[in-house]
Design a protein around this ligand. Structure first.
Ligand SMILES: *Cc1c(COP(=O)(O)O)cnc(C)c1O
Length: 344
């Protein structure tokens, strides 16, 4: 199987498995797991923040950022298609008691004007705007890398209104690789930043949330309240350290593969690539084929290729380190074959 459903399907490398086996561990709820402490130190350093926290998932990282930086009844602002709004089960409302206000963006980025209009003024009728959430790369925009300057201007605007910024950096290293800057540069445009260790970076589980020591202290308490205080988690932090320190460098390879796939797909009659392929995601519009998404995905599966539906007419392909250049060539060949057979 060539599994292009997501970069979350990556399995831990041999080196990661060995590191798990050998990890020094302790009770992390007592702050005594040396491997977790090391991961948190490295993550804080790489992201240019005072402190970091190892969390169960990207969703937990985002939600802890909301919980630690807002009060019930506040309003938080984000792009309309952001993960935090779209894919987290309404958690910000359910857990933090905040309301989410969305702004329509282009390629995952909203304009400064629309942001300024959305930030509430001081009025007894209005909720308080306490947090702006950015996402880089932007998943539903097809892995778009939001330029540094755009993020910087959002951060400056937010700061001028004394509003905090959280960066959902599930794929922050993909953004950094695509933009030719560092993860720290991008994270410097935020107060808190979350980073997934288990996507393209290949760790089996976990994310990190980084920010000021004070905010991370609050987040740590919220993590415990939510039942996320685990014990000898050095076993999971050990591959996370490898993810951050060694796996980020190779993401460009995934981006090259995604571009190859996109180029090949553009040449196939009836298919069109609808996103700018900045990173490792290719969104393909199949509406011209007059078949349901499910039907096409089934045909692909029979040929040994897995992808996912992304809305009604779009199929998403995601490259990652278990996908080689020859897998991309094979994928293109098989897509071609399927369509030829269907036309014949
Ligand atoms: C994957 C992802 C997350 C986190 O997802 P989990 O499944 O909770 O780890 C958050 N934000 C974005 C943009 C993502 O792509």
């Amino acid at each position: 199987m060539i599994d292009l459903r997501s970069d979350t399907v990556t399995k831990p490398t041999q080196e990661m498995r060995l590191a798990m086996f050998e990890a020094e561990v302790g009770d992390d709820v007592y702050g005594e797991d040396p491997t977790v402490n090391k991961l948190e130190e490295i993550a804080a350093h790489v992201l240019g923040k005072e402190a970091a926290l190892f969390v169960t998932s990207g969703t937990q990282g985002n939600q802890l950022a909301v919980l630690a930086q807002t009060s019930p009844g506040d309003e938080i602002i984000m792009e309309r298609d952001s993960h935090l709004f779209y894919y987290e089960g309404g958690a910000a409302s359910a857990l933090a008691g905040v309301q989410m206000r969305t702004i329509k963006g282009i390629g995952g980025a909203f304009s400064l004007d629309s942001l300024k209009r959305a930030i509430r003024s001081d009025d007894i009728h209005f909720p308080d705007t306490s947090l702006i959430c950015l996402e880089n790369t932007h998943n539903r925009a097809g892995g778009r890398a939001i330029p540094y300057q755009q993020m910087r201007s959002v951060y400056e605007t937010a700061s001028s209104f004394e509003v905090k910024v959280h960066l959902d950096g599930a794929r922050l290293f993909n953004a950094a690789a695509a933009l030719g800057c560092s993860a720290e540069d991008l994270a410097s445009c935020s107060d808190t930043v979350s980073l997934c260790l288990s996507k393209g970076l290949g760790a089996p589980a976990g994310s990190v949330l980084a920010g000021s020591a004070e905010t991370i202290k609050k987040a740590r308490k919220w993590r415990k309240r939510l039942g996320g205080g685990m014990r000898q988690t050095g076993i999971l932090a050990a591959p996370g350290i490898i993810a951050i320190t060694k796996m980020a460098e190779r993401l460009t390879e995934d981006h090259i593969h995604a571009k190859m796939l996109a180029e090949g797909i553009r040449e196939i009659h009836g298919l069109s690539v609808v996103n700018e392929v900045d990173t490792n995601i290719v969104l393909v519009d199949v509406s011209a084929l007059n078949q349901t998404n499910g039907h096409i995905l089934e045909a692909l599966k029979k040929e040994g290729i897995l992808a996912v539906a992304f809305g009604e007419d779009v199929i998403r392909f995601t490259t990652h380190y278990d996908v080689s250049e020859s897998d991309i060539q094979q994928t293109l060949q098989k897509i071609n074959n399927i369509l030829k057979i269907q036309r014949a």
